[in-house]
Design a protein around this ligand. Structure first.
Ligand code: HEM
Length: 423
């Protein structure tokens, strides 16, 4: 039997399950952000994995697209990068095509051989030695942030902890002016929000104007760093590297936004998701409190359970038959990590949050193949340190109301999460 989420007790989720069971499969549009805003997408993916694991949606707000929903099929698409392209010129790596005049290249949205050449320039940032140095800074900043949280009062965990700590981390990575660090959050949010939906910007023009501000700001920092001897921050590394030094400015901005978004939204939403998951599973919270050594498997389990990026997209470079379906050259193929991470054929009891799973790193949240996330070690390190510091200080972080979720089928996360801390 395939996994299904327990929806008992929640009427809008029960209604979603009924609808997902009753409507014809050719009416399925699992990329609709509304399903993610309301957290009602699960039963649609359950049915797709069971009945039509490679599915074609012929019409949606993002145009037609294929959905690949099973774990092993997603790995097959990821490893066949000769046929399934990430190129920005074909629309990029999310279900929403980037408009042709707004395409900026970054190495996540590039094919070989340029992808590997540019990826290599940032890899030294994520070596164990460099991470050991960063760890000291992360622990100090985390401790300061946690020590300043209100005691016994309700506050927003997303704003005061998740955003603050991931922003601080990015500021350290880029050696970015400390007082301006929230600009990084703003640019990341702008880069991933659909204009007119999240209330951040009203139009694409406004969005581009803010991203230009980001480009100008970083161009100034870049010029400073290139005129100084190489240092160990990411910007200095990129400025002094052969592969990026003479890069076209749009490509440079694309890579910067990639690193800001890559390191921001994802870790932020995992950190919020960790508090949410523990509140929904109090037995697991007790287990963690009683045995903090479990943090090592708790962290990858949260990353699987949350799946902070719901999907990545590829574009077919040629006609190909895949699992009995005829995918045509130019078709958009969406790999739903959020579904693969609930595939019962690969993950035991996938809907359950189990902090001491035997193989917690069996998940797709970081992708697979040549584009597999470059920041895995940093993301896990950061979450581990923060939770070590949390467990030293607080008996309980109590969620006092349901979170408000992001309107997106790409970034799967939380806008707010009201909590109260009991020391
Ligand atoms: C790529 C997820 C943290 C930087 C990716 C991909 C995913 C992902 C799904 C694409 C994989 C694919 O296409 O196969 C995550 C998650 C994170 C996280 C879930 C945290 C829980 C970070 C951090 C950084 C980062 C902290 C850096 C500061 C990148 C970069 C790429 C990438 C640069 C592009 C890699 C390439 O194309 O070769 N990440 N990420 N990520 N991530 Fe992460």
């Amino acid at each position: 039997m395939h996994g299904t989420i327990d929806l008992a007790g929640d009427s809008h989720l029960r209604a979603a399950r009924d609808k997902a069971q009753s409507i014809p499969l050719d009416e399925f549009d699992v990329g609709n952000p509304e399903l993610f805003k309301t957290d009602t997408f699960w039963p649609y993916f359950d049915r797709l994995r069971r009945e039509e694991p490679v599915h074609y949606c012929k019409d949606s707000m993002f145009g037609p697209y294929w959905s690949v929903t099973r774990y092993n099929d997603i790995m097959d698409i990821e490893t066949n990068h000769a046929v399934f392209s990430s190129a920005a010129s074909l629309g990029g790596i999310t279900i929403r095509d980037v408009a042709p005049d707004l395409r900026r290249e970054s190495f996540i949205a590039m094919d070989q051989p340029r992808h590997s050449a540019q990826r290599k320039t940032v890899a030294p940032m994520f070596t164990p030695t460099h991470l050991d140095q960063l760890a000291i800074n992360i622990r100090k900043r985390s401790a300061e942030c946690l020590d300043n949280l209100p005691d016994g009062e309700v506050f927003d965990w997303v704003d005061q902890v998740s955003i603050e700590l991931t922003t601080q981390m990015l500021a350290v990575l880029f050696d970015f002016p400390w007082e301006d660090r929230r600009k990084l959050t703003r640019w990341s949010d702008i880069a991933t929000t659909l204009p007119g939906t999240g209330g951040l910007v009203a139009s694409e023009e406004e969005r581009q104007a803010e991203l230009m501000e980001c480009a100008t700001y970083f161009a100034r920092l870049w010029n400073e760093r290139i005129s100084q001897p190489p240092k160990s921050d990411l910007l200095s590394m990129m400025a002094h590297s052969d592969a990026t030094r003479d890069m076209d400015p749009q490509n440079f901005l694309g890579n910067l936004i990639l690193l800001i978004v890559g390191g921001n939204d994802t870790t932020r939403n995992t950190l919020s998701g960790s508090v949410y998951a523990l509140n929904k599973n109090p037995g697991q919270y007790r287990k963690l409190r009683d045995n903090p050594d479990l943090i090592d498997s708790f962290v990858p389990e949260v990353i699987r359970w949350q799946t902070p990026l719901a999907h990545m997209r590829r574009t077919a470079l040629e006609d190909i038959e895949f699992r009995g379906k005829q995918i045509k050259k130019g078709d958009k193929v969406v790999m739903w990590y959020v579904s693969g991470n609930r595939d019962e054929d690969v993950i035991e009891r996938p809907y359950e949050f189990i902090i001491d799973r035997a193989r917690p790193r069996t998940h797709l949240s970081f992708g697979f193949g040549i584009h597999r996330c470059v920041g895995i070690r940093l993301a896990e390190l950061q979450l581990k340190i923060i939770w070590e510091e949390i467990l030293k200080r607080f008996e309980n972080i109590e969620m006092v109301a349901e979170p408000r979720r992001v309107y997106s089928s790409f970034v799967k996360g939380y806008e707010t999460l009201p909590v109260r801390i009991a020391g």
